[in-house]
Every structure is written in C-alpha cells, then in structure tokens.
Write a protein that binds this ligand. Structure first.
Ligand code: ADP
Ligand code: MG
Ligand code: MG
Length: 487
C-alpha cells in the first residue's frame, strides 16, 4: 500500500480518497466491485436470483507470525488427515462410542467398513481441506490468552468459500488502493480458487492415467444440495477447472448416480458420462440423506473407481471426535512424530465425553456446568448452527445420559480479540464490534499408501462476525466474508 501511495502520482493515477467521511461512497463501490467480480450469494427465496455475498468493508488485522505459522502447518494437517483415514482400527476404536450414540457417524463408519471389506477399487483420495483458527487474545476474558491462533476445526468435506474468499481478497485490495485508511496491514495473496481447481485437476489427471480408455467422456462430478445459496462459489470452481485445465465439471445430486462395473455413470443415452472425481459439496449433514436411497448412492460412489473428495474415511477424519482424540498427548506421534509438537501447538483444550473415559468426564462436565461460558459443546455435525453454548450447554449437559453425552465433545471456548468493523449485508452496513476466524485451504491427493501425488496450500478465508454471536458460518447467516490484513 505504501508503495502504491508513493508511485501513484508518478503514474498519474487517481488520488486516494480518505475512507473516513466517505463510508457511503466506499460501500457503493464495494458492493459494485463484489457483484462485478462474482462475489454473489443466492436469494433465500429464489436460488436463481443473486445479490452480493455478505462481506466486511475492510480487512481484519491478523498477526503475521500466527498467519505464517498456520499456513506452514497446513501440509502436515493434510498428511495427518490421510494417515488417520488409512488407520481403520484407530478410527473404529476412536469413534466407537460416538457411533453408538450418533446415527450419522454410525452410518458413515459402517459404510467405510463395508467398502473396505469388498476391496477398494480406488486407493487414491483427494482432500480439499480448510483448517479454521481463532486468536486466543491476550487481555480478553480468557485469563491465559496467549495471542496464538488456535484451531477451531479441520474441515475435510465441502470446505466452501475458496472462490468467494478469493473475490473478497480482491475487493479489499481494490478498496485499500482507492480509500486511504481502508487497510492498516499487508493483504497476503490469495490463490484459493486456483489452488482448489489445481487439486481437482490433479485428481482428474490421476484417474485418466489409471484408466486411459473409455467409451464415454470423463468429468468431475460435484455433488450439490438442491437450491444451494452458495452456488457461485461452486460455479467459479467449475469455470476455473474448464478455463485453466480443460476439465469439465458437472453438478449432480446423490440420486443421479448409476453404477456399471465400478464406473460411475451419469446422464442418459448419448449424454452418458463417467465420473473421474466425485467432489462432495453435499453429503455432510443428515438432511442430505432424506432416505435410504441417498445412503445407497453414497455407497455406490464410495465403492466405485472414481476418486472421492472426500472418501468416507476422510470425512470421518474431520469429525470433532477425531479432532478431540488427536489432541490427547502422544497420539499424533503414532503417524507424524516430527510434526506432532508443532501441530499440537495450535490445539485448544478438547475433552472426551466417552463413558469409557470415566471420572475425568464427570469432572470436566461438572466444570462446564459451573462455567458454561468457558466451553463449547460440539456434536458430529458440519455447516454451522449445531454447537451448544451458555445456558443451552449447561442444561443439555445436566440432562444428557452418559451415552447421549458421548455423541459430543467439549472444547475450551476461544476468546478472540474484537475490533469495530463495518459488515455489509443486502447493501446495508452495520457497524459494531467484530471477531474473526481464519481458514487456511490445503489440497492433498494421495495414493492410499502414504505417498502424496499432489498438494498445495493456496490461500485463505477470513470470516468476521459480530461479537457476542456464538456460531460462525456465512451460509448459516452468522458471519460475513472478509480477509486478513497482516500486522
Ligand atoms: P462447523 O463444522 O459446524 O462449522 P465449528 O467447530 O466450526 O463447526 O463451529 C461453528 C462455529 O462456532 C465456529 O465457526 C466458531 O464461530 C464457533 N466456535 C466453534 N468452536 C469454538 C471455540 N472453541 N471457541 C469459540 N468459538 C467456537
Ligand atoms: Mg466444519
Ligand atoms: Mg466451522
């Protein structure tokens, strides 16, 4: 920015306007830029109508050292997911009690087991991952705030917003060049969209290498939810894959699938095509499986030759229960002894609620009931809006049977620093205290024996939400898209 300010007059460029006093003008510019560059979100009542995606007018300050640290950790998190996913015995043991109390986890675990028993037709896995962090703020109401980034969760299925976050990084760069005072830090480059496309393209290329001939075209199948509001984020991957790699991606639902000798066939008659890669942007929530038919379709996909993003095992490796189990001392060492300490350095306190963990569970539950504001209680769900906080956490923990409790994990509540910021939704701005959550994207394509065929750490997502809002999630209506300004 400083360089731009210096060279702009030499280039005869436009003089910068001060943001202060010109907020309305900046808001209009920002909404226009956002829409002009595809930062769009579908109308809740009509998925064919688009408005701008909710965004923060300015980037959120984030300490450079913590940003660099979590970016550097991402490849190891990718390898960890792959190791965990391949360790069937460990997954079974870790998820045993959770599966007994939670039908969704149980069905996924059964599907993994059955597919294994039949023999894998495809050993490669693709992960498009996003590891999310909040800052543990010194001086906030956490007594021992360290100022370090702590992992909120590691998403292994339908990690969304890679494309919209790339747009928002561009938006903040534009606003910072036009308005003086719109960013007080350095905006790091964000290649999330290109990097995710490169991961999908690498998996497609691997499939063609394995199966060079076919009588029908091969394409990437993106499994989507009907009426998806975040369709533009998905469409940009579709366009990027075509423009950058010449790979065709088609949107399908779970029920569109048909199987033929391990091949996944979609379409009718002359329009038939085979899926090389199945990329799930649905299938992470019980609602995505309205009947047994959807589960059967998931099984057909899992058992097919197509490369899955993710496999059921990768999905299970991203559960909150696995996150909690990995945080216990000495566990990561089983697979990644050299990375264990640095990975654990971003873990918040996580506590098992398994009956088998006995007295320590009773002690932590009693502490959480006494001090609900210090904890978050998490079920094995994705997509936001599922966690328990405050009074609800307290009442639930008082009411749950020990078996019911085992469907959840407890986590220390991270208390991030807040800053006054402007959030923009539906063209209207709201100014207030906000906190942020940083997500780091990473892709990993592995061969099923621990070898990595392709990996990258291309970019990030920063979401901002009003202070005092418990949940996150842009899609769930809690957060706005933003970007980090490194300070
Ligand atoms: P999901 O898979 O549904 O996104 P998360 O674990 O990310 O589940 O939780 C949803 C949101 O709840 C997060 O985006 C964050 O805003 C909030 N949250 C989750 N864990 C914590 C925590 N330990 N401390 C503070 N807030 C949290
Ligand atoms: Mg998640
Ligand atoms: Mg999350």
């Amino acid at each position: 920015m400083r360089i731009l300010t210096f060279i702009a007059p030499l280039l005869g460029s436009r003089k910068m306007t001060k943001l202060q006093g010109h907020e309305e003008e900046a808001l209009g510019d920002a909404v226009a830029w956002c829409v002009a560059n595809g930062g769009c979100y579908a109308d809740p009542n009509d998925p064919k109508l688009y408005g701008h995606a909710p965004f923060a007018l300015e980037p959120f300050p984030f300490p450079r050292a913590e940003y660099d640290r979590v970016v550097a950790l991402q490849p190891a998190f990718g390898r960890l997911v792959d190791c965990v996913a391949r360790d069937a015995a460990w997954l079974e043991e870790t998820l045993k009690e959770t599966a007994a109390s939670d039908e969704f986890t149980r069905k996924l675990l059964e599907l993994r087991r059955e597919t294994d028993a039949k023999g894998l037709k495809q050993t490669c896995s693709l992960g498009l991952l996003r590891s999310d962090y909040m800052l543990d703020a010194p001086g906030s109401n956490a007594e021992d705030g360290s100022g370090r980034a702590l992992q909120v969760e590691l998403n292994t299925i339908a990690s969304s917003f890679g494309c919209l976050s790339t747009v928002i990084s561009g938006l903040h760069s534009y606003i910072a060049q036009k308005y003086e005072g719109a960013s007080n830090g350095v905006l790091p480059p964000n290649k999330a969209k290109d990097g995710l496309c490169a991961g999908l393209a690498a998996a497609h290329a691997e499939f063609l290498r394995q199966f060079p001939s076919s009588d029908v075209p091969r394409r990437v199948a993106m499994v989507v939810q009907p009426g998806e509001r975040n369709q533009m984020d998905q469409r940009m991957l579709e366009h990027g894959l075509w423009e950058g790699h010449g790979v065709d991606l088609r949107r399908v639902t779970l029920l569109d699938v048909e199987e033929n000798e391990g091949k996944l066939i979609f379409g009718e008659g002359d329009d038939k095509w085979e899926a090389s890669v199945v990329y799930f942007r649905a299938g992470y929530a019980p609602d995505d499986y309205a009947s047994d038919k959807e589960w059967q379709a998931r099984a057909v996909i899992e058992e097919s030759k197509a490369i899955k993003c993710p496999t059921v095992a990768y999905q299970l490796a991203g559960t909150k229960k696995v996150q909690q189990a990995l945080a216990a001392p000495g566990v990561i060492e089983k697979w990644l002894p050299d990375d264990a300490e640095s990975l654990r350095g971003v873990f918040a306190g996580l506590y098992s609620l398994d009956v088998a963990d006995g007295a320590s569970v009773d002690a932590i539950v009693a502490e959480a009931i006494d001090n609900p504001a210090k904890f978050v209680c998490k079920p094995q769900r994705e997509g936001g809006g599922n966690n328990l906080y405050g009074d609800e956490l307290k009442e639930s923990l008082m009411k749950f049977s020990p078996q019911e409790r085992a469907a959840y994990v407890l986590m220390d509540r991270i208390q991030p620093p807040s800053k006054t910021a402007t959030l923009v939704r539906g063209g209207e701005s709201i100014v207030g205290a906000c906190v942020c959550e940083l997500g780091i994207y990473g892709t990993i394509l592995t061969n099923g024996e621990g070898a990595t065929i392709f990996e990258n750490t291309p970019g990030h997502l920063l979401r901002q939400k009003s202070l005092g809002v418990d949940e996150g999630g842009v899609a769930a209506g809690f957060a706005c898209l933003s970007s980090p300004a490194l300070v």
